[in-house]
Design a protein around this ligand. Sequence first.
Ligand code: TSX
Ligand code: MN
Length: 585
Amino acid sequence: MEIRNKAALDLVDQMIELCKPDQVVWCDGSEEERNKLQDKAVETGVLDKLNQEKLPGCYLHRTDPNDVARTEKLTFICCRRKEDAGPTNNWMDPQRAYAETGANFVDSFKGRTMYVVPFIMGPAGSPFSKVGIEITDSIYVVLNMRIMTRMGQIAMDQLGEDGEFTKCLHCTGDLSIEKRRILHFPEDNTIWSFASGYGGNVLLGKKCLALRIASYLAKQEGWMAEHMLILGLTDSNGEKTYIAAAFPSACGKTNLAMLIPPESFPGYKVETLGDDIAWIRKGADGRFYALNPEAGFFGVAPGTSKKSNPNALATTRSNTIFTNVVKTDDGDVWWEGMGKDTTPAHGIDWLGKDWTPASGEKGAHPNSRFTAPACQCPCISPDWEKPEGVPLSAILFGGRRAKLAPLVFQSFGWNHGTFLGATMASETTAAATGAVGVVRRDPMAMIPFCGYDMADYFGHWIEMAKDDPNAPKIFHVNWFRQDDEGNFLWPGFGDNLRVLDWIVRRCKGKAGAKETAIGYIPNPEDINTDGLDISRETLEEILSVDKEAWKAEIPGMEEFFAKFGDKLPKEIRAEIDALKERLGK
Ligand code: TSX
Ligand code: MN
């Protein structure tokens, strides 16, 4: 492997000195290396080979039972001034963080191999891509990074002799929760992760770099790092429109990114560019361009079925790493919500134990995952690796609201749209906490992922498109409105195309709407319901605005904003005041 970057060599020398590995391997990203690592992972019990006839190139990994999700309580922003991390982040003094976790890194690779994984977030050759180098003791991390990023020699080539990169250090350690830390040092462009082996905590290019560190860099450099899917919609005239969307967890982001249009929309096509992260910049023409920095999908398995997302299922039938799912007796995979007639009579569950459906236990962990190459997605967009990204016409925010939010509404403009993002909220489902229907505020779905004070982040949003006629139009959607008996009023899934279609026509000035206190809402006749069995009354109900309910929502918004004190941008305050005014006393 060719390494010309002095800073990279120095970093690895320093980390060898600190961690004392038995050997050091620079990962080049080759097929040969992949095969070698897969074999070694199987030998050491890190991976279980699945049925290679059914699932070529697919493997199963089981994490430690105490290490199955991101640990937000142990995730820190380590900047010099506490105020700069803001009220929604855990903060730790960088010196203390380096000292405490540094002590745990001392000799931590003894008896282990140090893998050096250079990677690019974004397509190779794009001026907007960022390079990172992750040093890790985990083959699982290397093999996942190989899917999720452009990894190996290609990244060292992008870096060149004096390119800058994010320094990422990971050690699985002893997996003790006492020592576990996910530490971000935005001022040093550094990430340290200790004592976890779970994806979101250890695939440092993803949430840690492409959202937390990137959001910090984006503020300084005048762009945006967002927790958004990107899709391209082609209408029956062959016109293409690109949309980005942010939703809190459990709202079906990956499903929307890979939506299959209903049969009653002939000629329409949805293509996927990304399912989790969008880097957005203003182009030379003034439009906003979105780029997916990732190369794969690290998707939640449970609930992924022929009905909810056939494209995701198809993506995962080769070259995929499954984590914490059921292994069936014929070496296939299974999870809850894979669809009817899929349940095996027996399998090995995520804990590695014998499992039957009658046991009453979940076979797959609710946060079990697939790591699959984006290029294998049947509906991947031909534009997904364009170095400059794709021009966005619309940005969608959403959440799970049983009663409050209508199916869709459009903001009055950019500032109002930013306010819609900043007040995003979702009601909890039983899966998350046990408490059902509790409102959780998660602005722009970035609460766990913003690398600095969110009040400044809102300010950056406002700043990005002040009075800008080229800015994407902003919409709010809610697929989850329910009647008084708790039945969903909107069919969702593929039929969401009907909403996307209205949004696209709004962007082109071709669709009707009525102005309400919360924004522009389609009239029932503005939504194309051809081939859909929905009554006029139901449509009217999901497009209605209950002013009293919205008034009742205001104190919750204000309470949330109060966290930010005087730092909350005046534009956001102005929006809440204007909303109150429109709702009337
Ligand atoms: O992903 C979902 N989307 C977006 C799809 C493009 N889900 C699953 C959420 C969990 C991740 C949805 N669930 C959606 C939706 O639009 N809507 C619903 C609610 C719903 C569930 C079932 C039905 C209708 C709506 N109907 C039947 O099962 C027959
Ligand atoms: Mn995500």
